[in-house]
Design a protein around this ligand. Structure first.
Ligand code: ATR
Length: 463
């Protein structure tokens, strides 16, 4: 996806160091596309010591808005013409809004307004609530500020290094804030029957996916709602434990989403742009697919494996577009595959398949369910392209099941032989190993309804 650009294009971006792994371009370019806004969003890696010139230069270049990420969220304040009170009290700014009258940028903290918006969308109220924050680092600190500002009844800050929790409590200077050593968490359990838990440590972050900062199930029995600021993996051990104990859970990806939406709305305030829930859902879906590595969901399998039906269900459930490689090639060529085979030969058709895959990868097509022609994964080059295009799911079927499913179909040339079952076996033997080689996930579909298969895919992808 590349947004349209011309002489009138507005530029926004993100400054930080490093910025290579940022997902903000995905959020904002998708939003620009959806709202019909002639705007592009790009990353700017700012070297140490370069912040002042970067902000000044951005203004002179007409850049409309910027996000600010690590390590500049505090330092950037000195370069601003105005700082929003919430951001000021936290001492961190993540969003700059161009102000022509001030001849510079205004600063906001949408990490926190976004976190609040995410909580509200998930039906979690802070007012009068007891909150337990796990951790006392860079995310825990502003989170504690937010909880106090929004009227939480009590805010426990539990950290391995007690002094850091104490420092936040002192900074807030509010008797509702209670710092504690995380080793003493049972003390909280004796005092509080139920609380909202916000996980702000780095424990559980990919690849350390089987750890939670507190593993004791008793703790989770007191959790009414749980938020993990980590979004990779989408469901951390902390969230799994909370969910198992019956708590409402939501991932840090919602925080990421809403900080982006808040920033986008701030930049486009003059145009009166408000992101609808439906638009927010679409962006969230793209983020989920990006985080899980399933830029596209690709189905491979023998004929009769259910590729078409399952792809329709997936597209419907996840609001994705469908691409059937056979159909796409037929449309581009303006002739049927049988004609391509007859007129140009199999090799020519295989080249068309490779070309299509190459386009999908190099043009960054995304958010699609792609159903593959049966022979496509046979080429090694294609399997490499598939690995880049998204997650490949092999819908595995036994020859007997395939025979049963397509028996009545007289349009299948394959069945116009003496012994169709033997022919199916022969073809499957030749291809199944290569299918497995190409697959990220294998699903056995024998005896399963397409809906069941689709649910299993969603489950295994962790969407
Ligand atoms: P960030 O700025 O990204 O929040 P940070 O400031 O290093 O990163 O904070 C990480 C948080 O995770 C801290 O609260 C840290 O606890 P300490 O202050 O005691 O270092 C917490 N953390 C990291 N690894 C931990 C572990 N293995 N057990 C408990 N807490 C841990």
């Amino acid at each position: 996806m590349l947004n349209y650009t011309d002489g009138n294009t507005t530029v926004c971006g993100i400054i930080g160091n490093p910025v290579r792994h940022t997902m903000s371009p995905l959020i904002h370019n998708t939003l620009a596309d959806m709202t019909g806004n002639n705007l592009v969003y790009v990353p700017f890696e700012v070297p140490e010591g370069g912040l002042k010139n970067a902000v000044r230069g951005a203004y002179e270049l007409g850049i409309k808005g910027m996000n600010v990420t690590v390590p500049y969220k505090s330092d950037v304040i000195a370069q601003l013409k105005y700082v929003d009170p919430l951001a000021e009290s936290i001492g961190a700014v993540n969003t700059l809004v161009r102000d022509e009258a001030l001849k510079g940028y205004r600063g906001y903290n949408t990490d926190m307004t976004g976190l609040y918006r995410a909580m509200q969308k998930e039906g979690v109220e802070l007012e009068g609530e007891t909150v337990v924050i796990l951790g006392a680092g860079g995310v825990a600190r502003p989170t504690a500020h937010l909880c106090i500002q929004k009227g939480a009844a009590k805010v426990y800050i539990l950290n391995r290094t007690l002094e850091k929790a104490v420092a936040i409590a002192e900074e807030l200077g509010d008797e509702r804030v209670i710092p504690m050593d995380i080793a003493d968490y049972t003390e909280v359990l004796t005092r509080e029957k139920s609380f909202f838990a916000i996980q702000c440590t780095s424990v559980g972050l990919f690849p350390d996916v089987n750890s939670a900062v507190i593993e004791d199930e008793e703790f989770y029995r007191h959790v009414s709602a749980a938020l993990d600021v980590i979004y990779k993996p989408l469901e951390t051990k902390f969230l799994k434990l909370s969910k198992a104990a019956g708590a409402k859970t939501f991932s840090g990806l919602k925080m990421l989403l809403y900080q982006g939406l808040d920033a986008y709305e701030l930049w486009n305030q003059d145009a009166g742009i408000k992101i609808t829930d439906e638009q927010a859902d679409r962006v969230y879906k793209s983020l989920i697919l990006e985080v899980t590595g399933a830029r596209n969901i690709i189905l491979e399998g023998f004929m009769g494996s259910g590729k078409t039906t399952v792809s329709e269900i997936l597209a419907d459930k996840l609001d994705l577009d469908i691409l059937d490689t056979d159909k796409a090639i037929e449309e581009t060529e303006g002739r049927a595959i049988t004609d391509i085979f007859r007129e140009d030969g199999e090799e020519a058709f295989r080249n068309m398949e490779t070309e299509l895959l190459d386009t999908i990868v190099s043009d960054h097509w995304r958010d699609m369910v792609i159903s593959l022609g049966g022979g496509l994964p046979v080429r090694e080059e294609n399997r490499k392209l598939l690995a880049e295009a998204g997650k490949v799911i092999y819908l595995r079927t036994s020859p007997e099941e395939v025979y049963k499913r397509i028996m009545g179909d007289t349009t299948r040339p394959l069945l116009q032989t003496e012994d169709p079952l033997a022919r199916i076996r022969e073809l499957q033997d030749a291809r199944s190993e290569l299918y497995e080689l190409a697959a990220d996930i294998v699903i056995d579909t024998d005896g399963k309804e397409p809906l069941e298969v689709a649910s299993e895919i969603i489950d295994k992808l962790g969407i």
